[in-house]
Design a protein around this ligand. Structure first.
Ligand SMILES: [Zn+2]
Length: 258
């Protein structure tokens, strides 16, 4: 599933390859991916414009246009961005071919295209997305803001940091990786952490996020390859514990994260 690092790589791909190219046509006929817009509505306002900037907060991207509305893009559970056949993390395939999983396509006047390719069909393309319910980005959140947002309530710590309204961009794998790096028990009540513990957690969320962006995705984490039944802690060798926390399968070291 795309988490913040994958979305950041998609954003960087758009920034590198799709800005400044005039839009000739838009295929917005998938009414589920493009809800609540009717077919032709997004095409009608974007055709003739160019994208001027690509932004991201958490797992939400939005593209500015020269004078028109903002286009929001979300990769959902399995989506990816493809520009002229190049996808984030994959080498260019050379030609810009159609794919049966293409859910939303922007064609440029020069013949190239930007595609939301999504097998599960849970991605979104929407005009003027509502960003008010998103917390600050997990890779950028400041110390005082993190303390105030994450450090209260009786919810398990892991559920708290995965709440996109608290901080945006921490998914299941990134949460396990950051909590393991911070040596914090994912089941502890969020409100039980000291200020120092919250500072360590913030630092490790940012570090894990930035490292995953650099290395190519959340699968490159140190704990992630050990997240299987019987897997052991790559730091101390103890067998990892496995349980459902905040509705998600969670692995942690019972010795160091206690
Ligand atoms: Zn350990």
């Amino acid at each position: 599933m795309p988490e913040l690092p994958e979305v950041e790589r998609a954003r960087a791909l758009i920034e590198r390859r799709a800005l400044g190219r005039r839009i000739a046509a838009v295929d917005d006929t998938d009414t589920y991916v493009c809800r609540p817009h009717a077919p032709g509505e997004i095409a009608g306002v974007l055709t003739g414009l160019t994208f001027t900037a690509a932004h991201r907060r958490g797992k939400t991207m939005w593209l500015q246009t020269d004078g028109g509305p903002v286009l929001g893009l979300h990769l959902g559970m399995a989506g990816r961005i493809v520009v002229d056949g190049e996808s984030e993390g994959d080498p260019p395939r050379g030609t810009a071919t159609n794919d049966v999983w293409d859910r939303f396509t922007v064609e440029f006047e020069d013949g190239g295209r930007l595609v939301l390719r999504d097998k599960r069909r849970l991605g979104r393309a929407v005009l003027d997305p509502d960003l008010t319910r998103l917390g600050p980005d997990a890779a950028e959140v400041g110390r005082d803001e993190f303390r105030a947002r994450a450090g209260h309530g009786t919810a398990p710590l892991k559920a708290r940091i995965m709440d996109q309204a608290v901080i945006a961009g921490v998914g299941n794998l990134l949460a396990d990786e950051a909590l393991w790096r911070a040596r914090l028990d994912p089941t502890r009540a969020a409100g039980s952490l000291s200020g120092d513990e919250l500072d360590v957690l913030r630092r490790e969320i940012r570090a894990a996020t930035r490292r995953a962006i650099r290395r190519g995705g959340v699968h490159t984490g140190d704990l992630v390859p050990h997240r299987f039944r019987g897997g052991s802690c790559p730091r101390c060798g103890a067998e990892l514990r496995r349980a459902t926390v905040g509705g998600r399968t969670t692995y942690w070291c019972p010795v160091e994260q206690a």
